[in-house]
Design a protein around this ligand. Sequence first.
Ligand code: ATP
Ligand code: MG
Length: 455
Amino acid sequence: MNEKNKILVVDDDAGHRTMLKTLMSGWGYEIHLADDGTSGVEKVHQEYFDIVLMDMKMLKMSGMEALEKITQYNPALPVIIMTAYSSIETAVDALKKGAYDYLTKPLDFDKLKLTIAHILENLYLKKENIHLKKRLDQTFSRNDIIGKSKAMTALLNTVELAAPSDANILVTGGSGTGKELIASAIHYNSPRKDMPFIKINCAAITETLLESELFGHERGAFTGAEKKRKGRFLQAHGGSILLDEIGEMSLAMQAKLLRVLQEKEVTPVGSEENIKVDVRVIASTNRDLKKMAEDGQFREDLYFRLNVVTLEIPPLSARSEDVPSLALHFLKLFSEKNHRDIKGFTPEAMDRMIRYNWPGNVRELMNSIERAVVLARSDFLSVDDLPFSEQVISEQLFFEADTKISSTDVPLAEIERVAVLRALEAAGGNRSETARRLGITRKTLLKKLRQYGEA
Ligand SMILES: Nc1ncnc2c1ncn2[C@@H]1O[C@H](COP(=O)(O)OP(=O)(O)OP(=O)(O)O)[C@@H](O)[C@H]1O
Ligand SMILES: [Mg+2]
């Protein structure tokens, strides 16, 4: 936003014109000049201006006529008119015809400066709003949730079906799997999308504060409650609320939340009043609420209320076919953000990312790529740019095999089979490499593979 704002001055008095140009250029604007109404209208057709400053009394095409033509062509373009003090009726007329404001001559320079600043400020806000709206629309279009794997396709289909309804939704998944992204997609694809979307992390606030945070409080309801406060539920009225990490909510708070969901009204702390509220609840957690309900740690009735639709986001390791597209998506994002022109990944790097099991899921992938982009020394990211080594991957694989095996009574031959196949996978199917890593000969490896029906 370093570009200067552009102002067009339309005035047939050469001396006044240049005076205005010098004055306003000094305020940091880019000033263009038109020496009569006709050329003023022409200029507006040819190029973009933020503001037009125009004299009313001109010989060739009056200011009034020019004003009409300009506002007809671009009703959003603010036109400030300059008029003699004696012809105030002209000014009123001009305002009716769509002028933004008028200034009397001789000009009060301070007033001119303020008027311009005021217009630009509004303009800036408007642009920001459009920009924000665009960004939101983009962020939550289906195309921006990356994932063509079977699991993600099924999940996104359910999102599309469930979003437009008013059903409460429970989003579950490990850390960094995209719970918040999916929750946003639900809100922004629902009829409530232009109403507030309020997020609150239930684990980040102490139990006592959580109640007033959610439902509000009266002045003096507790120590420190100096002002009456509207809770998050009321702020979200007409829209949606995301209760993040709902699994961390105490049983007492759960009871209060249940009441809100049942009665559709909230009672601020320290108040007798019940206030009707219309909010769609989306809850998310990385805990197993069903199991918590069975163990008495989560209210079963609340669980059923929240869980009208459950969206379970699988861990990234269970959808490794999404890794390449996610990796490229983040590569593009962070290359742009950091003004780097990184073209892609070496095949080895991509292969390693696909085999790694990403305990931190998409967030870990995203962070790894951001770091790699920032530190990269060549046009293609290689294995050296990734924060985890081949050894980590092998260890992961053996650890998985290990837990799988130790959970039941498994014959030694089965343990060996799993270990051999995992090692083969870790070596990308390269048999010599697998044999070397297992410390056996290639011939022995081949024999074993034949036994397993793999060769
Ligand atoms: N499928 C996806 N496509 C594109 N970006 C994704 C996807 N999944 C997650 N992300 C991005 O990864 C990051 C982590 O996602 P998000 O915050 O939604 O996860 P979360 O499950 O809420 O994580 P946490 O457990 O840490 O709260 C975000 O920047 C999000 O935009
Ligand atoms: Mg989250």
